[in-house]
Design a protein around this ligand. Structure first.
Ligand code: ADP
Ligand code: ZN
Length: 748
């Protein structure tokens, strides 16, 4: 590249410059920035990770496609400082990032940020300090009187080191289940030494796709053949694996995974975070002889770094992860599985708002590979895509091994008196008693954390409200605190009412899972009860341990929120009680009935999965509601038709398009000012209607005042273009945030 200028004497001089490149930075910028190719080395190809200066800092970025823009004159541009030693981001990944940004109306840099979430992965691994066994350590461990010479904790540490090899001190303590102090003591005593290692860690052995899975039933075989055929065809396709709970969907898609691995391709399995339990991992290991790489919020920084790196280099062949795993840089991706595809947790609500299932379909289409959407209760979006012929459906109508589907009965709560402070109806109590007498297990489902959803003063009526949000505080007895479930604010439960100073007048209203556990304990003192709720379980591991305890029948009654609904297989569980089926129906959410149906169907599916038949009792005050009737009658298709008709009439997704605009600011006036400016500039286009502005139901969240617009568009209109144009015409103050949520799932 060259440009022509004149010197002071008027002579023409030709200056040559290295190429002008566009570099995408993981920052909220509208476009890549221009930089000059580094001098003295080959020009980096698009996709290369590079280090550049930005103002006074240095940042990592990616060389993007295309020529540099008009922007700054060449002599003002800075040079790329370094090309990083990571495999370049592949063209389909760069296109994916661009397309996600366009679809979600996010700065592309913020999407790139999700794809390079762990910057250490771009650099060579720094040498790490690890613990190694010394000769003295080995002698001590293997001596005849090791039992007496070593404490139990010390022996566990040495055993872990011998059996699993060198590792960092903290990791060693974790493996041995002891404190870091024990490891330090061993180092001081010369039984363990420290050493430095560098380079990449040894990869897990590759999964063995040759190993035979279980013999499949006829239905399963037919479904598996279809999935395998899609893998062999290559090319983009979407297949919906629709099978009742317990029909063996996992075994069936394992066949497709084996086929993709055999074809030398990488595989990505997405699961809702809370379903990423040890049960799934163990099944995988039983089938493929090794564990897959994991990617979710419970993974340590260093494991993330190593996994990102191993995925990018192709060393890791299969990843199972939560939605963010979609942004891992697979070079040879050949199959994506989205299990529990209807699950609302695939929707990310902050930062870049995206629906991971939908974006997974986009990624598959760009990479030209098959994707499989798996569910016992597919989302209406997916059902409609099947009806339109865009997705193919394969069906598993029966439970595996003759297990029958549980009988679902509605308990009309209007016909049963329940004492105040109690929530289990007589039929449910009787059923619980029978189940326990038979030596079987029961599950009580209530989608409410804590002890009681509302605490009020009997003397003056005072209710406890969050100081940061438009929300009541929820009492948690285990921690003896009041908690806001929206922002995490907590305060101790006071002894007196802060309003009227009455003592002993505070009363809990309504049930939470903790209160339910108290009721079960009072009615069945012998029963061993377990509580499965996210705030008492740190991460998927803890949930998995509780699930294991349930499998081993160390509990008789498991009480839980929606985390009990997913994926678990408890052979001795024969009774499921849904304590308040109406909970999810309140509120103006367009998916409220659909979600209620899915959730209750999933919970019901936990019952009677093995030889013993299951029974499900659903407590409701609205047994005539179509969703309750459909559950009682087991008539999913009728329910889906009714739901589809209602949405079609209202022009709601998937028959129309929706976007939400959430305006928020620290003070109400600034929020209102920006909201008015946006309202004045609202698009007036055929096929697009702007509803609002209105105060959001959660009018104050984390101290920010919130206003909402809802944009409804006919299918086929370019919603994103209209929004982009709208937002481009309004300037809002720096203190105001305007968040765009395409295909919103939350309307709070
Ligand atoms: P789903 O995912 O459809 O709810 P799963 O794949 O979890 O069903 O299967 C339910 C149970 O049946 C699991 O314990 C699984 O191991 C077992 N199972 C399913 N198919 C087979 C098969 N073909 N052979 C042996 N066991 C099977
Ligand atoms: Zn709050």
């Amino acid at each position: 590249m060259a440009d022509v200028a004149a010197n002071s004497a008027g002579e023409e001089i030709v200056r040559t410059y290295p190429a002008r490149l566009r570099v995408m930075l993981p920052l909220p910028l509208a476009e890549p920035l221009d930089y000059l190719a580094p001098e003295g080395i080959a020009t980096p190809e698009p996709g290369s990770f590079v280090r550049v200066a930005l103002g006074s800092r240095q940042v990592f970025g990616v060389v993007w496609e295309g020529e540099g823009g008009e922007g700054l004159p060449l002599d003002r541009l800075k040079s790329i400082l370094e090309i990083l030693p990571a495999p370049p981001l592949r063209p389909e990944m760069r296109r994916f990032i661009d397309r996600v940004a366009t679809y979600t109306l996010s700065p592309p840099g913020m999407v790139l940020k999700m794809a390079m979430s762990i910057e250490e992965a771009l650099l060579p691994r720094a040498p790490r300090r690890v613990c190694v066994m010394t000769a003295d350590g080995l002698t001590a461990l293997e001596s005849a009187d090791a039992e007496t010479k070593l404490t139990a904790a010390r022996r566990r540490v040495l055993q872990a080191l011998r059996d699993e090899g060198a590792c960092a001190a903290t990791e060693l303590a974790r493996r041995a289940g002891c404190t870091a102090g024990v490891v330090r003591g061993l180092i001081a005593g010369g039984l363990v030494a420290e050493d430095f290692v560098s380079g990449e860690p040894a990869a897990e052995p590759a999964p063995d796709w040759r190993a035979d899975g279980p013999a499949l039933s006829c239905d399963q075989e037919r479904a598996a053949e279809r999935l395998v055929a899609r893998v062999h065809e290559a090319g983009f396709s979407v297949t919906v694996l629709d099978g009742v709970t317990g029909s063996g969907k996992t075994e069936t898609y394992f066949a497709a995974i084996a086929a993709a691995l055999a074809a030398g391709r990488q595989v990505l399995v997405l699961l809702p975070e809370i379903a990423l339990g040890a049960q799934w991992l163990e099944r995988f290991k039983r089938r493929f002889g090794t564990l897959p790489a994991e990617w979710h919020s419970d993974i340590s920084q260093s494991a993330r770094r190593d996994t990102w790196r191993a995925v990018a280099s192709g060393k890791t062949r299969i990843v199972v992860g939560a939605r963010s795993a979609l942004f891992l840089p697979f070079p040879e991706l050949g199959l994506i599985i989205v299990d529990e595809e209807h699950d609302a947790s695939y929707k990310q609500e902050d930062g870049v708002c995206y629906q991971a299932r939908d974006m997974a379909v986009l990624r598959a289409s760009i990479a030209e590979i098959p994707i499989v959407l798996v569910s016992a209760t597919p989302s209406l979006e997916t059902v409609v895509n099947v009806a339109r012929g865009r997705y193919e459906r394969v069906h598993l109508p029966r439970r595996h091994a003759e297990a029958s589907l549980p009988a679902i009965e509605l308990v009309d709560m209007r016909g049963h008196r329940v004492e105040s402070g109690r929530f289990l109806s007589p039929p449910l109590v009787v059923a619980l008693g029978k189940t326990l007498d038979a030596g079987e297990q029961a599950l009580l489902f209530l989608n409410r954390r804590g002890y009681a959803p509302l605490t009020l003063c009997r003397a003056c009526g005072h209710r406890f409200q969050c100081p940061n949000c438009t929300a009541w505080l929820v009492e948690h007895r285990f921690t003896a605190r009041l908690v806001c479930h929206h922002c995490g604010y907590t305060a101790p439960l006071p002894a007196l009412c802060p309003e009227c100073l009455a003592t002993g007048a505070l009363v809990p209203c309504g049930p939470g899972v903790e209160r339910l556990q108290e009721e079960v304990a009072a009615r069945f003192p012998e029963a061993r009860t377990g509580l499965m709720v996210s705030d008492l379980l740190q991460g998927p591991r803890a949930a998995a341990e509780l699930a294991q305890a349930m499998v081993e029948h160390r509990y008789d009654v498991l009480i839980g929120t929606q985390i009990v609904a997913k994926g678990h297989h408890f052979p001795m569980l024969t009774l499921v009680g849904v304590v308040d089926a109406d909970l999810g129906l309140v509120g103006g959410d367009l998916r409220a009935t659909e979600r209620t149906y899915q959730l209750l169907q999933q919970v019901a599916g936990r019952a009677g999965r093995a030889e013993r038949p299951g029974r499900v009792l659903i407590q409701t005050y609205m047994p005539e509601q179509p969703v309750m009737r459909a559950l009682g009658a087991g008539d999913r298709d009728r329910f889906l038709e009714a739901e589809a008709a209602a949405r079609r009439d209202a022009g709601l997704p998937p028959f129309g398009r929706l976007a939400a605009l959430i305006v928020s600011a620290g003070d109400a006036e600034a929020a209102d000012f920006a909201t008015r400016a946006l309202a004045r500039a609202a698009p007036q286009l055929p096929g697009i209607a702007v509803l609002g502005p209105a105060a959001a139901p959660l009018a104050i969240l984390r101290g920010r005042h919130r206003r909402r617009f809802l944009v409804k568009a006919e299918r086929g209109t370019n919603l994103q273009a209209a929004l982009r144009d709208w937002l481009g015409r309004v300037r809002v103050a720096g203190s105001v945030r305007v968040q765009v949520d395409i295909d919103p799932y939350s309307f709070l």
